[in-house]
Design a protein. Structure first.
Length: 154
């Protein structure tokens, strides 16, 4: 009888220890500190999934001087519910996305923004890109509409 009690206690302790190790590894993985780059990546992906799309305008691309660390910031503006926002997105880690597209300052682009806080927005992320694929002359600088009627429609 004494050996059965000892066996039950040993099995109980082993089960408790293994449950403790599993809980520790789960919570450590779940609540580990994330780097600022990881937090920004998760913000972009979250906006990509649940963000609303609006139209904006590229203002400029800020590139660092030759001796500074390489950062590329796209500055753009957009309007939501009558409020104008002018923001910039650091696209250093999205260099392939930015390089694969061509754009001009003043060009119309797609912006994804958070409905609850519209100042939280992106112009590109790992899975989505609001920049146009083909270069287009910005219409704000033209004295006429670039869409012309064909002679057959007149």
């Amino acid at each position: 009888m004494n050996s059965r009690v000892g066996l039950a206690i040993a099995l109980g302790l082993a089960g408790t220890a293994s449950l403790g190790v599993a809980a520790y590894s789960y919570f450590r993985r779940r609540w580990r500190r994330k780097s600022p780059e990881e937090i920004e990546r998760l913000r972009r992906l979250d906006l990509n999934q649940r963000g609303r799309i609006t139209v904006g305008t590229v203002l400029e691309l800020l590139e660092p001087p030759a001796d500074a660390p390489s950062t590329r910031v796209i500055v753009y503006k957009y309007e939501v519910a009558g409020v104008a926002y002018e923001v910039g997105q650091d696209c250093t880690v999205l260099a392939e996305v930015v390089r694969s597209t061509s754009w001009l300052p003043g060009q119309t682009v797609s912006i994804k923004y958070d409905l609850k806080s519209p100042f939280n927005s992106i112009i590109a992320c790992e899975e989505w890109n609001g920049l146009p694929k083909d270069p287009v002359t910005p219409t704000s600088d033209l004295p006429f509409s670039p869409v012309l009627d064909s002679p057959a429609e007149r």
